[in-house]
Design a binder for this molecule. Structure first.
Ligand SMILES: [Zn+2]
Ligand SMILES: [Zn+2]
Length: 402
């Protein structure tokens, strides 16, 4: 099979040019290792359509077959990992959002109301409205509080897609760590995944995490416990949903050492950055096409959009471990993609890809420059960044071999 294209040549050229300057190009980045997909009926008539057909993570936006195809064909990536949430990361929010959605869907389905109550929406009394709300809530819980069956389904789908694309798809998971340090699915322990992103999402159990997120020592102990778990490959977004004052007090020397010794990569999570590019920089009402002031705005914001490496105190602690080989994973924690249009009905999913916006590319170029400065300060080389590996090298890293 040959997938040589002009774009591939220019990617190679960009890599060579960067290497000549002792730098890394965005083309060195060979794949996303933290991504969420979701498949829903695009125009559901009734909540049961969602309950029956939903796949992936509740917070994802793109069907798996399109996201993987986009990365293989358009981005020419050589691998990616699909890492759905083991369970919803914000179950309370998910239930309340889905309840409202379902309630509206029932109320606006005249056929359903007629069958069920023999009435139109306007004629419903308060007891009937309460009954519909209760049904919406029950059904929302069924969708939000999914179990291993959702993960099993995705693993099967990855098997289906894998043969079709010139790209290795790793079977991953973003596994929630609970306050006691265990994961909320046994599938991790059973070795069902090629790649495990270990995440602390305090909203999974607000009460259980209340003390932990306030106390740097307790939070750090949990991070270290996650890193020490032999199944963990990437410690995802350390400090997520935790007060910055607490994050500042973490002992990054200990975290760096533990990650190095356990062959775990520390994640640089760029979800906020991608959201910022999509929602702010690519907002052409805010910054019209001819307006280039978005560049200064972006430059100013970069340090807060690139976590961990933008903090000189953290970098100071980690630097010696980078020299010894500590790894990082640079992930966008992909949930959405502005360049994929899609629609799903009961027969399946259709989609098409849009050309990537020019401003998007300029922003990525600026990001590349910023990352090279950070790499230089931290002593980070290509071998420290697992997203730049070949699929075979990555596989070895994930197996903690050698
Ligand atoms: Zn997460
Ligand atoms: Zn995630």
């Amino acid at each position: 099979m040959s997938f040589e294209t002009p774009q591939m040549d220019s990617a190679q050229r960009r890599r060579q040019q960067a290497e000549a300057k002792n730098e890394l190009s965005v083309s060195h980045w060979q794949g996303e290792l933290h991504s969420h997909t979701s498949t829903d009926i695009s125009e559901p008539k009734i909540p049961e359509d969602i309950m029956e057909y939903r796949e992936g993570s509740n917070c994802g936006k793109i069907p798996l077959e399109l996201l993987t195809r986009y990365h293989a064909q358009e981005m020419k990536n050589s691998f990616m990992a699909i890492t759905e949430h083991s369970r919803d990361a914000s179950p309370e929010k998910a239930v309340s959002g889905i309840t409202d959605w379902f309630y509206g869907m029932y109320l606006n389905n005249a056929d359903w109301l007629r069958q069920r109550f023999g009435k139109t929406k306007e004629d419903l009394d308060s007891a009937e409205l309460a009954q519909i709300k209760a049904l919406a809530w029950e059904n929302a819980k069924a969708v939000a509080h999914y179990g291993d069956e959702r993960l099993e389904n995705i693993l099967a789908k990855i098997d289906d897609e894998s043969g079709r694309l010139p790209m290795r798809i790793f079977k991953g998971v973003e596994a929630n760590m609970l306050p006691d340090g265990s994961f909320d699915t046994d599938m991790v322990e059973q070795g069902r995944f090629d790649l495990v992103n270990c995440s602390i999402h305090p909203e999974v159990d607000p009460e259980g995490f209340a003390e932990i997120v306030k106390d740097p020592q307790k939070y750090q102990d949990l991070v270290l416990q996650g890193i020490a778990n032999p199944k963990t490959n990437i410690m995802a977004h350390i400090g997520h949903d935790v007060d910055q004052e607490v994050v500042k007090q973490l002992d990054w020397d200990k975290i760096g050492q533990a990650a190095f010794e356990n062959k775990v990569a520390i994640e640089i999570n760029l979800r906020k950055l991608i959201k910022f590019i999509y929602r702010e920089l690519m907002d052409y009402d805010k910054f019209p096409k001819s307006d280039t002031s978005w560049r200064d705005y972006f430059k100013e914001k970069l340090p807060e959009l690139v976590p961990i490496l933008s903090n000189p105190l953290i970098v100071y602690e980690l630097k010696k471990y980078f020299e010894q080989g500590l790894s990082i994973a640079i992930n966008t924690d992909e949930h959405e993609n502005k360049f994929i249009d899609h629609a799903t009905d009961k027969e399946g999913t259709q989609g098409e890809f849009k050309e990537r916006d020019k401003r998007f590319w300029i922003a990525i170029k600026m990001l590349e420059r910023y990352f090279n400065e950070l790499f230089d300060q931290a002593g980070i080389k290509q071998k420290n960044i697992i997203n730049t590996y070949t699929p075979e090298q990555l596989e070895k890293f994930l197996q903690k071999a050698g």
